[in-house]
Ligand binder design. Structure first.
Ligand code: ADP
Ligand code: MG
Length: 332
């Protein structure tokens, strides 16, 4: 099968929102009047971001999910995406499963594949997403990293640390009971981009980011761009680890023996969660709760923004903890 048959068979689908899809030199997008286009690009490299034997259906899902998560962090509504694919060989069952996972998530968000590039090479998946954010009275409603102010509350959606726990288990560094692994592997391989929450937070959140490299690092980006500091209640974060709750509930999961320090490190440094980390003024507390309910996304308050720069970690007694945690950096 040649390049063009491959594109036609697995990736060409009719478009409804874009003005022109696959088949020409350019695709054409028509942003709705009064909107700006939000654009983000993420690459997934075999051996770096996923294992060679990863289920292609899950890989298709995750490739788009990590991109939709960036749109979510900006409060943007997904519109379309492009797919640049390097493939070591034409493996039709693999392609069919990859496309199935990819399009299932795309369809769930009304996000259309409008173009891309296909080449032979080591497996590499690069997606660019396009989304819309409204402009109201000349002001963009996009959520940025730079808007956090002293006194704002700090929130996180869903659960943190589970994906990292799955990674450690799959790499054989930690022994994790089957029941727990089933839960956390799903979080690692089929993350849920918080697209509805991101849009619901427009006009409410003062700053937002998605947690891809771990809370410490990603919160650091908000603090730096907003020129503020923060205090984080670490044990509130540990409550955000799904398998932590599960460990307390099921017999099998009680075999999961992690120290308090390990739980804290998972919550603070674990990456690949694709949750939203955001700030909002205290006057918006009720609106945050409403946005969480409307988007059916759990949200937890985990700290506060302060004028003094830097990050302070405290335990549930309010005692300051040493901050020796580092987040993921591909070149560190
Ligand atoms: P060009 O030579 O102009 O780069 P190509 O011949 O590479 O165009 O691609 C032909 C068409 O197929 C274009 O519309 C391109 O966007 C689309 N396309 C190529 N690869 C992919 C892919 N992996 N997924 C979706 N569309 C693709
Ligand atoms: Mg090309």
């Amino acid at each position: 099968m040649g390049e063009f048959d491959l594109i036609a068979r697995y990736f060409t689908r009719p478009v409804h929102r874009a003005a022109l899809g696959i088949g020409d030199d350019c695709a054409l997008l028509q942003p709705a009047p009064g909107t700006q286009m939000a654009i983000s690009c993420d690459m997934l490299v075999q051996g770096r971001h996923f294992f060679a034997d990863t289920d292609p259906r899950r890989l298709g899902h995750k490739s788009l999910a990590v991109n939709l998560s960036d749109l979510a962090a900006c409060g943007a509504k997904p519109l379309a995406f492009t797919l640049a694919l390097a493939l070591p060989e034409v493996n039709e069952p693999w392609l069919a499963a990859f496309a199935e996972g990819l399009f299932a998530l795309a369809d769930a968000h009304g996000c259309e594949l409008i173009g891309g590039d296909t080449t032979a090479g080591p497996l590499n998946i690069c997606i660019t997403v396009f989304g819309e954010v409204p402009v109201v009275n000349g002001t963009s409603q996009a959520l940025l990293r730079s808007g956090a102010r002293a006194g704002d509350n700090l929130y996180v959606s869903g659960t943190l640390g589970d994906a990292r726990l799955a990674l450690e288990a799959l790499q054989g560094k930690l022994s994790v009971p089957e029941a727990v692994l089933a839960v956390v592997r799903e979080r690692l391989q089929r993350p849920t981009p918080r697209v509805a929450l991101g849009q619901a937070l427009r006009g409410i959140a003062s700053a937002a980011i998605d947690v891809s490299d771990g809370l410490i690092g990603d919160l650091g980006h908000i603090l730096e761009r907003s020129r503020v500091g923060a205090i984080v209640q670490v044990d509130q974060l540990v409550q955000c680890i799904a398998c932590h709750a599960q460990a307390a509930q099921t017999d099998d999961a009680s075999d999961l023996h992690l120290s308090q320090e390990q739980w804290r490190a998972l919550a603070l440094c674990g990456g690949d969660d694709y949750e939203l980390l955001f700030t909002a003024p205290t006057s918006q507390s009720a609106a945050v709760a409403t946005a969480a309910r409307a988007s059916q996304t759990p949200v937890r308050r985990v700290g506060r923004i302060e004028a003094a720069t830097g990050l302070r970690l405290i335990d549930d007694q309010g005692k300051v903890l040493p901050n020796h945690y580092a987040s993921f950096d591909h070149f560190a």
